[in-house]
Design a protein around this ligand. Sequence first.
Ligand code: NAD
Length: 355
Amino acid sequence: MTVFTAKEFDNHEDVLFFHDRKTGLKAIIAVHDTTLGPALGGTRMWDYGSEEDAIADVLRLSRGMTYKSSLAGINLGGGKSVIIGNSHTDKTPELFEAFGRAVDQLGGTYIAAEDVGTTVKDLEIARRRTRHIAGISEGNAGDPSPATAWGVFHGLRAAVEFELKKTTLAGVTVAVQGLGNVGYGLCELLRNAGAQLIVADPHDAAVEKAVKNLGATAVGIDAIYDQDADVFAPCALGAILNDETIARLKVRAVAGSANNQLAEDRHAKMLMEKGILYAPDYAINAGGIIIISHEGPSFNREKAMRQVAEIHDTCLNIFKRARAEKVTTAEIADKIALERLDRVKSEKGDLALAS
Ligand code: NAD
């Protein structure tokens, strides 16, 4: 088992392993970079096949948060945590209290939030043992999913504007994969904007609701890649843009909330060569982290949501630069994120030298 030499390590500042004998908690907290502020990232609970898988996942996700916050222009660093366990069978209040104590040991360098396998309720329990939890209480940001959906909606609008040369979504067909917290919210926004929906989710009740309330057309979970749609909006799983699925896609653009959509970096190039515009995942799905970055005594939801809507401009800028420089949108997103990070690093370095 390796950490320092793992390919995902990428100069992490801290990687901490926690074990609580009483509750059986096994957690890893990774802090990738705090140049822009405290490292904020969700807590994933997953039944990992091996410890190596858990380490690779937390490192990859934590690094991704550094890039996401940097690109979104917010003053937060990148971090993430994982709890090794089955989120359906292994959850207890004591486990999340123990996790809260683990987070507290970092003294605010890392701030936890919900993620795959954890809920706002779980994090509220952890909050009993640490104040370094975000995205929970009402009056503050609360569940970030509506903001994420709002951001994806605006990024998708930018993709349609750039690739289809349409300034409205009326009559645009979007194939949405996953009708969870983000996917369903996105469908509502798209429908209200006049888009046609094709949807897929293994959860029948969600599909029935979308068909009944939003006039969506339901297809099987594997058939979603083959649809004659304008846009594919992946809002469920990672690694869904791969050799097999890209070959099947008939859409002009991919714009959805799922994290780590590209199975491998080279798939960004494959999409470009096929003439499919790709809205980089961490650019378009930053709505949640943006609203959380506004939390505090003067939290103002409207103001935060206005900043989330700027994802439209962020995406449009990426699309234009990628086309002008003849490189992938994924490369440009990384470039912009690193440019900001390097700028702030050198400013901080200058300050340290001056003081
Ligand atoms: P969720 O768990 O609420 O929803 C996921 C949905 O996907 C579920 O309805 C599930 O049944 C469905 N699904 C699972 N397998 C599927 C398949 N093979 N085909 C179609 N649907 C399938 O999760 P969410 O909060 O809506 O997040 C969705 C995605 O967006 C995830 O990748 C998440 O990491 C990412 N994301 C979410 C947020 C947020 O604020 N919630 C922020 C950034 C990124």
